[in-house]
Ligand binder design. Structure first.
Ligand code: URA
Length: 216
């Protein structure tokens, strides 16, 4: 965890991480502009973790992830994919809304990194799906390209990870655009992976995240 972020003990539960995130004051600009911290949500039986970029305006007001337009699209795509909401935890790379919905800055992502690290440890999901390039880069580095990686089952920290588009891209390009089509297909694949019998975790390949062909 970066030095100035709120520390979280190694044995932290999901709720402990959420409490630490709520009291975090590491990013002065985000602290000044946020209404509520949005730590993420994890139902007790969650096996899938969806990771987005950062809360938007509606999430900032209610303190819950993906409740705005992107979230409503996500809910309908999850339903189409046959994935029960009780199996789905949702979090973001950055837990506070960047002002004006700008992209989170590298320093903000780095200060917030420990929260998502601890959420992964606490939840130990059978599968992670990253939504958008910020989340893909969090797991696999800045070279990660959604268009080329999304058809592969990747691994990070011994866990299976699928990389997909952010629902806001699906909204921007419309229901016939590539991001909407791909996101629906990727969530359907996530549903099939969760429904298949087999080990929850995949063996570790590489140190943190691994890309095909050894890219980082
Ligand atoms: N976009 C995100 O990346 N996360 C949210 O929680 C909402 C919108």
């Amino acid at each position: 965890m970066s030095e100035d972020a709120t520390p979280v003990p190694d044995t932290a539960s999901w709720d402990d991480v959420a409490a630490a995130a709520r009291s975090c004051t590491a990013c002065p600009e985000l602290v000044a502009s946020r209404t509520l911290v949005v730590p993420g949500e994890a139902p007790l039986d969650a096996r899938l973790l969806l990771v987005g970029e950062a809360p938007g305006a509606e999430e900032d007001l209610v303190g819950r992830p993906f409740v705005g337009r992107s979230g409503r699209l996500l809910d309908s795509l999850l339903e189409q994919a046959g994935i029960e909401r009780s199996l789905v935890a949702v979090s973001n790379v950055v837990k506070c809304r960047p002002p004006g919905n700008r992209a989170p800055r590298r320093a903000e992502v780095s200060r917030c990194r420990g929260f998502l690290d601890h959420q992964l440890e606490a939840l130990d999901p059978a599968l992670v799906v990253t939504l958008g390039s910020t989340a893909a880069a969090w797991f696999f580095g800045p070279a990660a390209r959604i268009g080329t990686l999304r058809t592969e089952v990747l691994h990070h920290g011994g866990r299976r990870v699928l990389v997909s588009y952010h629902p806001s891209a699906a909204l921007r390009f419309g229901p016939r655009g590539e991001p909407a089509r791909a996101l629906a297909e990727d969530l359907a694949r996530a549903g099939a992976i969760l429904a298949a019998p087999g080990p929850a975790a995949a063996p570790e390949v590489g140190s943190a995240g691994s890309l095909p062909g050894g890219q980082r």
